[in-house]
Write a protein that binds this ligand. Structure first.
Ligand code: DGJ
Length: 763
């Protein structure tokens, strides 16, 4: 709800309040952001400035902007904190003086042509400020999403002066707070190690989290949070922020004079200069912010509801996603039609619903040095083309999906030979290659048309239900001008809009960029799910998925069970554990089903059947995480009274301490059954010990054991309790872990990186 009374703007969501007013000179003064207040008393809440301080610069007596919490600051009027706005005004000066003019409230979400923005039921407050010297206005837009406690903010610079204004920096929002007693949490990494959470206390100076790669990047995700030092996963005050944008982003957190906190986020000013001609305006991407006093899980819950209801494309909103098999890790470029069909057939037998043909099906694409850009099927590999293959897969009773990387081109391709100038380059310089490829210049309309036509042609030629849209390098060698990076993004959004909103809204689009190199809210406005990482190692995935879940719901997080030893880490993790991690989101498999043993096939069949039975829970349930103790982590997902709770053993230590697990969503007065989901243990896990129990002498790595392993495995850790929610909340003492002195089916034999899963249902 938005209310404006006596010059006080009060934005209320179900559980939060956001309040500001105006100063005597017409600046917007920030007053409060936090837990919902029903009766906000400004004289109590506002920061007091009673007498003047030394070295101050003031706009008028007792109005020194450096000492005031502001809604949006600027340059040259006495606020010396980090500025959200820097532009060259018509007189060539950087000084602006925007003051309050008027506001409007509309009963809808704010939208701007060409930019992805949050949609659905919402109210928008737009506050218009006008520069005192020039006919240039700054409009701050606040869209309030009530039930998920999210406020989306962006701003607009409108030039009516008759001369151009050049924007060098225009953040989507600024938030000032009266103290900086927070811990900053960011998601950082690189290829195959995306979105690892890092925390540090906010200290004096400015901490910048950004991307300069042209995409939102695997270096720093645009999502970040500020938690009170005492807050953790389960409780305490946390503010979260994210940006609906897939390009270069910038977030700054400053602890300034008086220990004031300033936070801002927007398009990265790096290499940015945007000319706003007279009569034109510039709208920033939208930032979103939320507050929760329910810890990091509370903040994440708000963002999950927000993304599921206001970001993912409408046709996919709340829709269950299929279990896929992808051939990439199984075959890479080395496949032919019969290999593909045999993987698909085996996968179908085990319950897989959609087959995805990854890289290598087109042009002269036998490795990553050639063919990218030539979106014509390689009939030598796939006689009959995509049309015949898709129809054969459909006839097996499976949907068909196809990989594309339309934004890039190999120099060794027909496309590049025909249009070398379409690749991003600086005339006179040799552009850098990344994975032997260049990026196409999506700022050019003819390039966008080519991509739309080429992809559309393939999609119209066959029965294709899913597209994986990959993008495997960063941008380099940008042409002249400060508008390139942002124009590239606008070009990409136009292409995605034409292809997947206008022409093929029924195709399920999965975003991908060398794994999770572009996992952001901008892409999610077109692609309802994103490939999280090229790292499919279940242990590494804990770090990656834990970070992603802070800002993105499980329905958007695409996870695959792959072969072991893992291709990225050479680590071996039990099949059950790989599933117990991948199941928390959109499940897929990425392995050669022909190479599975009979026992593995049986296990996978059971996994898929279990996942399908509880698919809604794993994709749309309320996800909560906590750390029961050091080296243990629990993920729990709850929907309609059913919870799937996993506990992860990170490292095994001899004679381990006992484990207890609290079921966070249990309701004290209800009765529940908690039963572990059956999982199997390979006999070879016991190594040389086997000779002590077998009646005949057996070698640990001998033929007999290897053969037995293929057909038989043992039950691992079966336990079941029927009790009240009160007991589940207090903590269930779990069965002992293996301790070196014998086997019992009730023991949990987890070892390093082992995970068990339990299902908790109401009685
Ligand atoms: C990078 C992706 O992340 C992989 O899953 C795979 O699609 C390869 N590209 C194919 O080139």
């Amino acid at each position: 709800m938005i209310s404006v009374k006596n010059g006080v703007f009060h934005l209320q969501t179900a559980r939060t309040s956001y309040i500001f007013d105006t100063t005597p000179s017409g600046k917007l003064r920030h007053i409060y952001y936090g837990k919902r207040l029903d009766d906000a008393d400004i004289s109590t809440l506002a920061v007091k400035n009673t007498i003047a301080l030394g070295s101050q610069v003031c706009t008028q007596p007792m109005e020194c902007l450096d000492d005031i919490l502001l809604e949006y600051s600027e340059v040259g009027r006495g606020d010396y904190r980090h500025t959200p706005l820097e532009c060259t005004m018509p007189d060539g000066s950087f000084v602006t003086d925007f003051v309050y003019e008027y506001f409007t409230v509309t009963e809808e979400a704010f939208s701007a042509a060409g930019l992805p923005m949050a949609r659905g039921d919402a109210e928008t407050l737009s506050v218009r400020l006008k520069d005192k010297l020039f006919h240039v206005e700054l409009v701050l837009h606040y869209t309030v999403f009530d039930s998920c406690d999210v406020i989306a903010r962006c701003c607009e610079l409108v030039n009516s002066e008759g001369k151009p204004v050049t924007i060098r920096k225009l953040m989507s929002f600024q938030l000032d707070c009266p103290d900086a007693d927070f811990v900053l949490g960011t998601l950082d990494g690189g290829w195959a190690k995306e979105t690892h959470i890092h925390e540090r206390p906010v200290t004096y100076g400015i901490h910048v989290t950004d991307s300069t790669t042209g995409g939102s990047s695997n270096r720093h995700n645009p999502g970040f949070y500020l938690r009170r030092p005492g807050a953790d996963e389960l409780q305490g005050e946390v503010m979260g922020f994210n940006l609906i944008y897939s390009g270069n982003h910038y977030s700054a957190v400053e602890k300034a004079n008086h220990d004031f906190l300033r936070v801002m986020q927007g398009v990265n000013p790096h290499c940015f200069a945007w000319e706003v001609a007279s009569g034109e305006s510039f709208v920033t991407p939208q930032s979103v912010m939320t507050f929760s006093d329910g810890g990091i899980n509370g903040m994440a819950a708000n963002f999950h509801d927000f993304v599921d209801n206001h970001i993912v494309p409408q046709p996919w909103q709340g829709k269950e996603r299929p279990v896929v098999v992808n051939n990439w890790e199984a075959t890479m470029f080395d496949f032919n039609k019969s290999k593909i069909l045999s993987i698909a057939r085996r996968a179908k037998e085990l319950g897989v619903e959609l087959f995805v043909l990854d890289d290598g099906w087109f042009g002269k694409r036998n490795d990553d040095t050639a063919g990218l850009g030539d979106w014509v099927v390689n009939e030598k590999k796939l006689p009959g083309g995509i049309t015949a293959l898709a129809s054969q897969i459909n006839k097996m009773g499976m949907q068909f999906g196809l990989w594309f990387e339309p934004e890039c081109v190999n120099p060794d391709s027909n496309l590049y030979r025909a249009h070398p100038d379409w690749a991003i380059h600086v005339p006179g310089r040799t552009p850098c290659l990344g994975r032997n490829q260049l990026v196409l210049d999506l700022t050019r309309p003819e390039v966008r048309d080519y991509i739309v036509d080429a992809v559309d042609k393939v999609l119209c030629s066959a029965s294709i239900q899913y597209v994986k849209w990959d993008y495997n390098r960063h941008i380099s060698d940008m042409p002249a001008g400060g508008e390139f990076f942002h124009r590239y993004m606008l070009g990409l959004y136009e292409v995605l809009d034409r292809l997947f909103r206008q022409k093929h809204p029924d195709v399920l689009l999965e975003g991908c960029s060398s794994g999770g190199n572009r996992f952001d809210l901008g892409m999610l406005c077109y692609a309802p799910q994103i490939w999280t990482s090229d790292d499919t190692d279940a242990y590494e995935r804990l770090d990656i998925q834990r970070g992603v879940y802070c800002f993105y719901p499980p329905s958007t997080v695409s996870n695959h069970v792959s072969m072991t030893p893992n291709q990225q880490t050479l680590r071996s993790v039990a099949l059950s554990s790989r599933f117990n991690v991948a199941a928390f989101g959109v499940l897929g498999y990425e392995l050669d089903f022909n190479e599975l043993s009979a026992d593995e096939r049986k296990q996978i069949k059971n996994q898929i059947a279990f996942y399908k039975q509880h698919r809604r829970l794993f994709q749309y349930g309320r996800l909560r995480r906590y750390f029961p103790k050091q080296d243990r982590e629990s993920w729990q997902i709850t929907l309609n009274g059913v919870t799937a709770a996993a506990i992860y053993n990170i490292h095994y230590h001899a004679s381990p301490a006992r484990d207890s697990l609290k079921i966070l969503a249990a309701q004290p007065e209800k009765r529940y059954r908690m039963a572990s989901v059956p999982q199997q243990l390979k006999i070879s896990r016991f190594g040389g010990l086997i000779k002590h129990v077998a009646p005949v002498s057996l070698k640990a790595d001998g033929l007999v054991l290897r053969t037995v392993d293929k057909h038989y495995s043992m039950r691992d850790g079966q336990e079941e309790y029927v009790c009240t929610g009160e007991n589940l909340k207090a903590g269930v003492q779990l069965a002992m872990q293996y301790s070196g002195t014998g086997y019992d089916p009730k023991l949990r034999i987890l070892g390093d990186w082992g995970r068990t899963l339990s299902l908790i249902t109401e009685e």
